[in-house]
Design a binder for this molecule. Structure first.
Ligand code: AMP
Ligand code: MG
Length: 412
């Protein structure tokens, strides 16, 4: 068996970064920057008011109440035309530029406006409610590094600094297909004996979409060499990577193996992991090919361990692996000491402030519902024959449902 680390290393070594392209910021979510983002101007670009109120000279209002003459009114988007001089104020809205002469803003709640004057009831020290130019980012500062993936907040940063078309790694196109004579489309009205509805194309397609990949669906392919050969060749020509599920374990091994060695160079690995031990990887007509096992949970685990890091690498992302955190396992488990074992678990917060992990259902590689309920994969390392309840375990967070623990608290 091939150690998981070695398999991951070999996969990463075999895939290459795609070229960089400029993409409208609105279409760049999830993509990795191929250039650093630096401030070409201060952000905010000018000193402005943090409140609706009156721009004043702080020393004028040090002893309040005091009445000041109002020179003009500056809404956001306008610029002041007057200078605040002793005894005067300028009415200002949030986001409007601070007028020359002023060094503080008194919020409107602390004033009594009159016709062309204002009573300042509570004074404000210099700097109050003023957002200096460059408070967030000073001109010239690097804010984001190449290799960082664009989250919603980072899209906002790009936009505010004028990176309306950031340079990013191109979005990979990934062809997916399900294989197996037993697999039928989900809209099949009456399941014939021996047939099952396709789950994998949807688990896989969804995971790929979440990653920011464009998915090309090559449907279901029967266990037939000619059909598979044709479909794989089409997929390899259309995509940056091809992913299939099923047909890589012992039963059909030989058929697919012979076919794949004819189309390209694909290795069949037995990776020391559970689930997802059988895994085929290589090239079909030059395109990276990932042959995942058929069991739905194996598909998800193989996606997490191989496909996701490989695609992130192709996208030019710097961080390829999900963060791991430690938690307390609440169930006792027996595991194969020769394999890295991934358990499907729910994550919560324990009374002592530590995270807890409990099995989200039965652990068979066909149990889709336990996967669907899981927040994390708990990682039991090689050399461990099991874990007692209460053991610390590493958790690879694959999905954290909003407010799971809060709902438990509210529910009693
Ligand atoms: P295989 O790797 O082809 O031997 O398949 C392993 C198991 O996964 C078998 O029980 C298959 O029926 C099941 N399986 C394969 N492909 C799919 C799929 N697309 N959706 C759901 N189950 C599948
Ligand atoms: Mg099969």
């Amino acid at each position: 068996m091939k150690p998981l680390r070695d398999a991951q290393r070999d996969v990463l070594a075999a895939v290459q970064r795609l070229e960089s392209v400029r993409v409208p910021v609105a279409e760049a979510l999830g993509l990795a920057l191929a250039e650093p983002v630096s401030a070409r101007h201060d952000l905010p670009p000018f000193a402005n008011s943090a409140m609706d109120g009156y721009a004043v000279i702080a020393s004028d209002v040090a002893i309040a109440p005091v009445t000041l003459k109002v020179l003009e009114d500056v809404p956001a988007g306008s610029v002041p035309t007057r200078e605040v001089v002793p005894g005067t104020a300028i009415k200002i809205m949030t986001g409007a530029p601070l007028p020359a002469g002023a060094d503080a803003v008194v919020q409107v709640e602390d004033t009594d406006p009159g016709y062309d004057e204002v009573l300042i009831r509570i004074g404000a020290p210099a700097g109050t409610s003023v957002r200096p130019a460059g408070e967030d980012v000073a001109i010239g500062t690097q804010v984001l590094a190449a290799g960082e993936r664009l989250t919603p907040a980072r899209l906002g940063v790009c936009a505010s600094l004028g990176y309306h078309e950031p340079l990013v790694g191109r979005r990979p196109r990934v062809a997916i297909m399900s294989t197996g004579d037993e697999i039928v489309p989900p809209n099949t009205p009456d399941l014939q004996p021996g047939k099952i509805r396709d789950a994998n194309r949807f688990t896989l397609g969804g995971a790929l979409e979440e990653l920011g990949v464009s998915v090309i669906d090559f449907g279901i392919v029967g266990d037939d060499a000619d059909e598979l050969r044709a479909r794989l060749a089409q997929a390899a020509a259309a995509a940056d990577a091809v992913v299939s599920s099923g047909g890589v374990s012992m039963g059909e091994y030989d058929l697919v193996k012979a076919l794949l060695s004819e189309l390209g160079s694909v290795d069949f690995w037995k990776v020391a992991m559970k689930p997802a031990k059988p895994f085929a990887f290589g090239r079909v007509a030059g395109t990276p090919f990932f042959g995942l096992p058929g069991n739905p949970v194996s598909v998800a685990v193989a996606f997490e361990q191989f496909l996701r890091p490989a695609l992130l690498h192709m996208m030019g992302a710097e961080r390829l692996f999900r963060p791991r955190v430690w938690g307390v396992l609440e169930d006792a488990v027996e595991t194969d000491p020769e394999k890295t074992v991934f358990l499907r678990v729910n994550v919560g917060s324990g009374a002592d402030g530590r995270l807890t992990a409990s099995l989200s259902g039965a652990q068979g590689s066909n149990i889709l519902t336990a996967l669907a309920a899981a927040d994390a994969l708990a990682v039991v390392p090689v050399g461990t024959a099991g874990l007692a309840s209460g053991s610390l375990v590493e958790l690879e967070m694959i999905r954290m449902e909003e407010a799971r623990s809060a709902m438990e608290v509210i529910g009693g």
